[in-house]
Design a protein around this ligand. Structure first.
Ligand code: IPM
Ligand code: MG
Length: 406
């Protein structure tokens, strides 16, 4: 699923208002994808979508880490910042400007911070920041959302679960991202025959949507510990009955993967009872939304968890699973590690640059090993740092790994 090789992409024309916000770090007359611009260097165009709240703080740090780790592997990045969410609403009145979508589609990968905030909470639905994110996922057709939850030995004590339950957890939630109740029609709020208002949504999955996410999940499980648990509500929902039927049928093609099924209510319980029983979980959009937040807390903090959203062939979208945290925005308190680790996923799953990805993952472990912690993962005896300092420590750690290896 690495980004397709494509050259001579035309530059996008931005209206003056958007151009003001659009920062291009290396002005390029032609947007060239994966072409060797300087000898021996591979070039990638990355769209950065800082968004709202703590988004801009964590994105600027992740960008530096990405650049640093990439340059050590001979990769050159050209970054372009575009508005999304509340930032876009304030700037041009819509949560996802067309220019942002085109820039994202024409790049090799997209790194997003976070969207949303109190300021826009009362907006009508089509003018909510969250709507911009859903439109972006749909526009990029990123149907497969990978959300790893790994308990790092350094952070076991940050988990709210007992050490023996949390220690060693390493699971991956494969969430369907562009279908189900989030996008299903009919939907809306109307007045019924009794004059009463009713709100309704539709959980709908076509066979091909189930098959393609199931394939990603089987492949993912195959590269991990070979265990796949499909989570549904097939005792109640028709969409889940079809889901289970299709996933079961596909299992024949993956005899090396051990498939099991679980109802979502049970899965929610099992995740806190005995999370180590899970390797790879595949589930629909809404169950994946809920279970991935739950899984994140096993690891100690939602501030640690990255995600990758992949399509069949276009650029992937990489984002921390935490939100915009407006309560701590601009105070240098955010944990940048989820976004830094999302940059690592961008390298690994989006660009196929595994070595550079590994540099970032090792650097994060390096900073944690030195005892640096942001507030959300702080425990007695460790060093409390802000967002910027954590970023600097990870950068130093990228460098020190180089020195250690020469
Ligand atoms: C997530 C978020 C989003 C979702 C919101 C912000 C629309 O909770 O990425 O998990 O529900 O998918
Ligand atoms: Mg969520």
């Amino acid at each position: 699923m690495a980004a397709a090789l494509q050259t001579n992409i035309r530059p996008v024309k931005f209206p003056a208002k958007l151009r003001a916000l659009t920062k291009q770090s290396s002005p390029a007359p032609f947007r060239v994808r994966c072409a060797a611009a300087s000898p021996g260097k591979k070039r990638y165009n990355i769209t950065l979508l800082p968004g709202d709240g703590i988004g801009p703080e964590v994105i600027s740090i992740a960008k530096n880490v990405l650049q640093q780790a990439g340059s050590l592997e001979g990769l050159e990045f050209s970054f372009q910042e575009m508005p999304v969410g509340g930032a876009a609403l304030d700037l041009v009145g819509v949560p996802l400007p067309e220019e942002t979508v085109s820039a994202a589609k024409e790049s090799d990968a997209v790194l997003l911070g976070a969207i949303g905030g109190y300021k826009w909470d009362k907006n009508e639905k089509h003018l909510k920041p969250e709507t911009g994110l859903l439109q972006l996922r749909a526009g990029l057709k990123v149907f497969a959302n990978l959300r790893p939850a790994t308990v790092l030995p350094q952070l076991v004590d940050a988990s709210t679960l007992k050490r023996e339950v949390a220690e060693g957890v390493d699971l991956m939630v494969v969430r369907e991202l562009t279908g189900g109740i989030y996008f299903g029609v009919p939907r809306g709020i109307k007045t019924n025959e009794n004059g009463e208002e009713v709100g309704y949504n539709t959980e709908v999955y076509a066979a091909h949507e189930i098959d393609r996410i199931a394939r990603v999940a089987f492949e993912t499980a195959r590269k991990r510990r070979g265990k796949l648990c499909s989570v549904d509500k097939a005792n109640v929902l028709d969409a889940s009955i079809l889901w289970r039927r299709r996933v079961t049928a596909l299992a024949a093609e993956y005899p090396d993967v051990e498939l099991s099924h679980m109802y979502v209510d049970n899965a929610a319980m099992q995740l806190v009872r005995d999370p180590k029983q899970f390797d790879t979980i595949v589930t629909n959009n809404i169950f994946g939304d809920i279970l991935s937040d739950e899984a994140s807390m096993i690891t100690g903090s939602i501030g640690m968890l990255p995600s990758a959203s992949l399509s069949d062939s276009g650029p992937g979208l990489f984002e921390p699973i935490h939100g915009s945290a407006p309560d701590i925005a601009g105070q240098d308190k955010a944990n940048p590690l989820a976004t830094i680790l999302s940059a690592a996923m961008l390298l690994k799953y989006g660009l196929g640059e595994e070595k550079a990805a590994k540099r970032i993952e090792d650097a994060v472990l390096g900073a944690l090993n030195k005892g640096f912690r942001t507030g959300d993962i702080y425990s007695a005896g460790t060093k409390l740092v802000g967002c910027k300092e954590m970023g600097e420590e990870v950068l130093k750690s990228v460098d020190s790994h180089v020195q250690a290896s020469v």
